[in-house]
Every structure is written in structure tokens, then in C-alpha cells.
Write a protein that binds this ligand. Structure first.
Ligand code: SAM
Ligand code: SF4
Length: 339
């Protein structure tokens, strides 16, 4: 594999080496999850979104500076047409060795097979409840049966180690935890619980609503059985994994609020409208779209994007600071940044 020279790696002021790029491909979505989107939403005009060629151009430059893994997200990435075509383009970029996608699963039954053939390596499917009523209360649309069909299709298409992401919200999701865990144990999915972050478009978040990973773990052990910390940590993953003592699978906890992983963060982001960000909670963005559409010569565009990436990484703060007196929510909500 091509490795960038040490001085060309994307290292920030705190020594963190950046190897992962999260790419949002759209702000549109076919659900309206309360913790993410507003019910009434005005989406960006399509011409503001990067084309697949523009995204691939930005990734080519990032890969020269050590980006190795990509995650496609949104909004809902599967509502963007021919998303498999983007995967196909990214899969042949020199240096990229892992492409993953996060989806709500509604359109997965139709798209799992083409995505797999295009070169997608891994899938995360978001699922907060196995009960129709609760699913609809959270997502403000129906679709549980479609997500479950999508998961079956993903397995049939050959995806392995499929992850299920569930957001934990105090006073709302406690009763979903055990059924989700039993379902994932039975089906062989790797379940991960994510603490609710202050990124909901309706700005209703309060720290009282954060159901911590520790509390979720407690519910799991009381109702299902003991968990032990997994011996091998996956360095690039924010989740702290636990294994069921009976050997029936693994559960992960992503605790950005109660146990932030900022000290090992290796991520950069590219929004659907072509802005580089160095953190979910960043208040600053770098306008890659402006450079990509500048009309400059290709070499000049690449050089300007490279400079922009260096600046973006150099400006990264030590930590997001949720809970500190100086914390300010970003102006964009989760669906506009890309989770
Ligand atoms: N639409 C796709 C999906 O739902 O999987 C991809 C985009 S979504 C923004 C990515 C992930 O962010 C999902 O797993 C979702 O549950 C999570 N998410 C959204 N808003 C969140 C919040 N306020 N706090 C924690 N996780 C959130
Ligand atoms: Fe859509 Fe995903 Fe946000 Fe839910 S979490 S509204 S599925 S983008």
C-alpha cells in the first residue's frame, strides 16, 4: 500500500493522525428522526451538492495525505441516485482500502446487492426499536418492516459483521434495549449504542436526556447476562466493545458525552455541500466546493485542496467540550453534517 511521507500525513497539533474521512452525500432523508432532523425541512438545492466526480476528486487528494478509510453517510445516503456508482469510483482510488456506509436501511433491500458488487466493504444500519409504534414515534415515519427486509438482503448479499446503531435517550429508549440486544445476538449483528448528542435540529437536547453507555450496560447485564470488556480494541473505532460471557456476540458503546473519544479521533468530514470539517462540533468549515468549482487547472485545484486539508487538521481542537461552559452547539444539525 502507498504510504505518504511522514511530513505529508494529516497530523494535528495534538499528534492525532487522520486516516478516516466521513462523506455526506446528501442532506435529504426518508425519515425524520426526532434526534436529528426537523419535521418540516428545506433541503439544499441539488446544484449545491458535490457531484460524484467532485467527491472522488477530493478523496484522491485526501488519500495522498494518508486517508485510508471512508464512510458514506448523510442525510440518508441511499436516497441519492446511483450511490453504487460513487462506491465504484471511490473503490479504485489509490490508497483507499475500506469503504463503509451508514444507512437507515429503508432502501437497503433493493440496494444491498449493487452496493456489494460496487465494492462497499461494510454496512452500519441504524435501528432504534423493533416495535412499529416506537419506530414511528422516533422516526416520525413508518418503515420498520423495510429495515428488517433490508438487513436480510444485506446478509444475503454477503455483507459480514453488519453493525446496528441505536441512539439511547433517557425516558424514551430504555424498553428497546433488551429486545434489540436479543435480536442482534440471534441474527449475528454487532449492536452499538450511541449516546444522544446535541445535534438535533429542533435543539431539544439536554444532558438529562443522555442515557449513558454505562446505564445501558447495566440494563443489559441485569436482563440478559454478564458482559466483559473485549480484549482486543479496534483502534480506529470510537466504540468500547464488550463480549457476552456466553460467547453469543458483542455489544459496543459509543459514549461521546460521558466518555468522549476525542483523544483518539482520526476523523475528518466532508459535508454534502462540499465543506471540510475537523469535528462534528466544529464551528468552522473549509470550502472545498469553491476550490473544486474554481475553474483552475487540475494540478492547482489539487494543491489548494491539499493546503486546505492541512489547515483544517491544524485547526482541530483538542476536544469537543460538550458539558463545558464554553460549549456551543454547531449551527448545523446532524443530518446536515453527516453522522
Ligand atoms: N440516515 C443514515 C442513518 O440514520 O443511519 C445516516 C445518517 S445518520 C445522521 C448517522 C447516524 O447518526 C445514525 O446512526 C443516527 O442514529 C445517528 N444520530 C443522528 N442524530 C444523532 C444525535 N443527535 N445523537 C446521536 N446520534 C445521532
Ligand atoms: Fe434520517 Fe438518519 Fe437523521 Fe434519521 S438519523 S433523520 S434516518 S439522517
Amino acid at each position: 500500500m502507498i504510504q505518504p511521507a511522514k511530513e505529508d500525513r494529516l497530523v494535528d497539533a495534538f499528534g492525532r493522525v487522520h486516516t478516516d474521512l466521513r462523506i455526506s452525500v446528501t442532506d435529504r432523508c426518508n425519515l425524520r428522526c426526532t434526534y436529528c432532523m426537523p419535521l418540516e425541512v428545506v433541503f439544499r438545492p441539488r446544484d449545491e451538492l458535490l457531484s460524484y466526480e467532485e467527491i472522488t476528486g477530493a478523496v484522491r487528494v485526501a488519500a495522498r495525505f494518508g486517508i485510508r478509510t471512508l464512510r458514506l453517510t448523510g442525510g440518508e445516503p441511499l436516497v441519492r441516485s446511483d450511490i453504487d456508482e460513487l462506491v465504484r469510483q471511490l473503490a479504485v482510488v489509490p490508497g483507499i482500502d475500506d469503504i463503509a456506509l451508514t444507512t437507515n436501511g429503508l432502501l437497503l433491500a433493493e440496494q444491498a446487492e449493487p452496493l456489494r458488487r460496487a465494492g462497499l466493504h461494510r454496512l452500519n444500519v441504524s435501528l432504534d426499536s423493533l416495535r412499529d409504534q416506537m419506530f414511528e414515534a422516533i422516526a416520525r415515519r413508518r418503515g420498520l418492516d423495510r429495515v428488517l427486509n433490508g438487513l436480510s438482503a444485506a446478509k444475503a448479499a454477503g455483507f459480514r459483521r453488519i453493525r446496528i446503531n441505536a441512539v439511547s435517550i433517557r425516558g424514551l429508549t430504555e424498553d428497546e434495549i433488551v429486545p434489540l440486544a436479543l435480536f442482534c445476538r440471534r441474527e449475528g449483528f454487532h449492536l452499538r449504542f450511541i449516546e444522544f448528542m446535541p445535534l438535533d435540529a429542533e435543539a431539544g437536547w439536554s444532558d438529562r436526556q443522555v442515557l449513558s453507555g454505562a446505564d445501558v450496560r447495566d440494563i443489559l447485564t441485569r436482563n440478559i447476562g454478564p458482559l466483559v470488556a473485549a480484549s482486543r480494541r479496534d483502534a480506529g473505532q470510537p466504540a468500547i466493545d464488550y463480549d457476552w460471557v456466553d460467547g453469543e456476540g458483542r455489544v459496543g458503546f459509543i459514549d461521546p458525552v460521558t466518555n468522549p473519544f476525542c483523544d483518539r479521533c482520526d476523523r475528518l468530514r466532508l459535508t454534502a455541500d462540499g465543506q471540510f470539517r475537523n469535528c462534528l462540533f466544529s464551528s468552522v468549515e473549509w470550502d472545498a466546493r469553491g476550490v473544486l468549482r474554481s475553474g483552475d487547472e487540475p494540478d492547482e485545484i489539487d494543491a489548494r485542496l491539499a493546503e486546505m486539508l492541512r489547515e483544517c487538521v491544524a485547526a482541530k481542537k483538542q476536544a469537543h467540550g460538550i458539558g463545558s461552559s464554553t460549549f456551543a452547539r454547531p449551527q448545523r444539525a446532524m443530518y446536515e453534517i453527516g453522522g
